[in-house]
Write a protein that binds this ligand. Structure first.
Ligand code: ZN
Ligand code: ZN
Length: 141
């Protein structure tokens, strides 16, 4: 799978050689504030599999999890593209709306639904988590 995308003005582009590790719609307050929407559709990829071109500005703050998250955006047009949650080292979050083909994104879960507003429609078929999803159990030998 090849995932590619850009910001609104095209100054920042990315190409990813990996399929998403996991995907989801995040309804936390910070995703609402930074996206201006009810939630942020996001997929996660291994950092080493993605090539980013153009200048990205990073804004760091503690997320709803209490751990810092760096959010990357285009300094020219302000489009939000990336997230680096410190709880997931080596993993980069990418805003699905920036994909060249947004149909490549298939959300698997809804997270931080406790802060979803009443006008935030969610696919009833998808699992919902009030905060972060439970971490994957360590694989047994
Ligand atoms: Zn831009
Ligand atoms: Zn969020």
């Amino acid at each position: 799978m090849n995932l590619s995308g850009s910001c609104c003005c095209g100054a920042v582009t990315y190409a990813c050689s990996s399929a998403p590790l996991f995907t989801g719609n995040c309804h936390c307050r910070d995703c609402q504030k930074t996206s201006g929407s009810a939630y942020a559709p996001t997929f996660f990829v291994p950092e080493e599999a993605i090539t980013i071109r153009g200048e990205v500005k990073w804004y760091e703050r503690l997320g709803d999890s209490g751990k810092p998250i760096s959010r990357g955006f285009c300094p020219h047009c302000g489009s939000q593209l990336f997230g680096k949650p410190s709880v997931m080292p080596g993993v980069l979050a990418v805003r699905a709306g920036t994909l060249d083909d947004p149909e490549q994104f298939k959300p698997q879960i809804n997270i931080y639904t406790r802060s979803a507003p009443s006008w935030d429609f969610m696919d009833p078929a998808l699992p919902k988590f009030p905060a972060a999803p439970p971490m994957k159990p360590a694989s047994k030998a």
